[in-house]
Design a protein around this ligand. Sequence first.
Ligand SMILES: Cc1cc2nc3c(=O)[nH]c(=O)nc-3n(C[C@H](O)[C@H](O)[C@H](O)COP(=O)(O)OP(=O)(O)OC[C@H]3O[C@@H](n4cnc5c(N)ncnc54)[C@H](O)[C@@H]3O)c2cc1C
Length: 372
Amino acid sequence: MNCKRKHIAIIGAGASGLFLAKKLSESPGMEVTVFEKNRQTGAKVRASGGGKANIFNRDVRPEHYNQPAFITLLLQQYSPKQLEHQFNDWGLVTVSDEEGRVYPASQFSQTVVDVLTDFTYDNIYIRTEYNIQHIEYRHDRWKIDDYPTLFDTLVLASGSPAGMIPKNQRLYNGYLQDLTLKTNNLQPSLAGFRLEDYPKSLSGCRTKAIASLYQGNKLIHKEPGEITFKDDGVSGIVIMNLSAYYRRLPSTKNCRLEINLTYWNENFDTETYLRNNRDTTGLLHPKLAAFYQQKPFDLHRLAFQIEETYPLEGAQVCHGGIDLSEIDSHFAARKYPNLYILGEMLDVDGVCGGYNLFFAFASAAIASSKMM
Ligand SMILES: Cc1cc2nc3c(=O)[nH]c(=O)nc-3n(C[C@H](O)[C@H](O)[C@H](O)COP(=O)(O)OP(=O)(O)OC[C@H]3O[C@@H](n4cnc5c(N)ncnc54)[C@H](O)[C@@H]3O)c2cc1C
């Protein structure tokens, strides 16, 4: 009987890499080496959901992503329900909030990383502080830097430079230069907006509102939520979501943010209110009320031209990445044998709420079904 083990390498011990390793640990016929450049694994999983790990959303729909057609096909193969069953099978108890965001019951992101690194068989080796620089396909195997093992299968799961300082962004995923893969320009998504003619005096104000993104006269996206005013622009989940729609525009010229401050009633009669009251003190956050005093504005439409999003270092995900034409429906590369590409390295990004981690985990689950 031929009991030769299949050697698999995974570059990146983040969401998709760890999920795949956990899945492959159920197959003792495989020997899996996971290379991770950091000392610790799963950094972005630990950062997600404000440290609570918002691992997916129960309501995943194609329109939550920049690639709805691809997500439609993905959902036919793997659903949020399957992901939840998988996590529950692995012992992770999950809970969700009213917006379908799923968290570990522990409300502590390290629990997710601990579950993902609790391997079934002793066939997974995690090599931390291993920053892969070069890969090469040689004699039907994959060679990784000067690592002594040649691998039968290579999985690229090294994410994106979103959230990184500029110095580290430049070198991110540098090993991809050894392959010829069509890659779309990386740009920040799920980031705040820097605004034109913006009053610095609003810095530090946080308020609920309905935020709308317009291009010219066209409404692109509208959503209620909490806005954080910064020195030169705005942030908060609702703004980050608007930034995802902003990124999907073929051109970002002439984009405007409109903030309706009467979120509890979009059509609140501000004229009557202002006739009956001296100012907006009883209506607005004090910083907004002071700004109104200086320069009155329409309370339904506090408008600013958008200069740009904040840069990559303040973004939660990257828009762009490896073009989807490079992979098949199982995330296997079309041009190279025994190569898989997972998660945020691909040109897929979703809005806030667990959609990006869902994509990372689902890509790993689907790829594993072909590998096992
Ligand atoms: C602050 C923050 C909060 C977020 N919150 C949420 C949230 O609440 N919900 C949600 O769905 N998404 C969230 N995201 C996005 C989500 O975390 C990512 O989309 C997801 O982790 C991508 O998974 P991945 O496996 O593709 O990459 P990652 O999880 O980023 O994993 C990639 C791994 O590869 C390693 N690596 C990179 N290059 C190399 C190399 N050359 N050699 C070896 N190792 C390498 C990295 O160190 C990293 O560990 C958040 C992101 C950030 C930055």
